[in-house]
Design a protein. Structure first.
Length: 143
């Protein structure tokens, strides 16, 4: 069953997504980052080139010729899923394909609209029997 983690009280969703992608890479895990639109995907792509500050996280889109060998996939369609390790959801809705992944990560900002949609996703997963872990990032310096 998919392990689900909610990271809450986040200041900058894309920055935390970069940090979590880098952390997954350090643990040898492949990550698909599901983004809401091409503009956000482009911003995220640019951020990955400087995360960590002395390096970058190897990444590409799902249709890139090197996608099968690349550890982080930046995706806004969800139509060409290349692995089943980590899915990082940056959309307001739950990913219809999340259960094929070993782990799902949800990032929630302090914005009330974002929190409301996250509560709906939380209930959706909980009502289907998934165990959910939460991590309050307001209590850490990781942001």
């Amino acid at each position: 069953m998919t392990q689900i983690d909610f990271y809450t009280h986040v200041e900058d969703k894309l920055r935390v997504a970069c940090q979590l992608s880098a952390k997954a890479l350090a643990h040898g895990l492949r990550t698909t980052v599901w983004l809401p639109d091409p503009d956000t995907a482009h911003r995220f792509d640019r951020m990955l080139w400087t995360t960590p500050s002395i390096g970058f996280v190897p990444h590409c889109g799902p249709d890139d010729p090197l996608a099968r060998e690349t550890p982080v996939i930046v995706d806004c369609s969800g139509e060409n899923l290349l692995h089943d390790e980590v899915l990082l959801n940056l959309r307001a809705e739950w990913p219809p394909f999340f259960s094929r992944f070993q782990r799902l990560i949800e990032i929630v900002t302090r914005d009330e609209g974002d929190r409301a949609s996250a509560r709906e996703r939380f209930r959706f997963y909980r009502d289907r029997g998934y165990e959910i872990r939460t991590h309050d990032l307001s209590k850490t310096r990781e942001q």
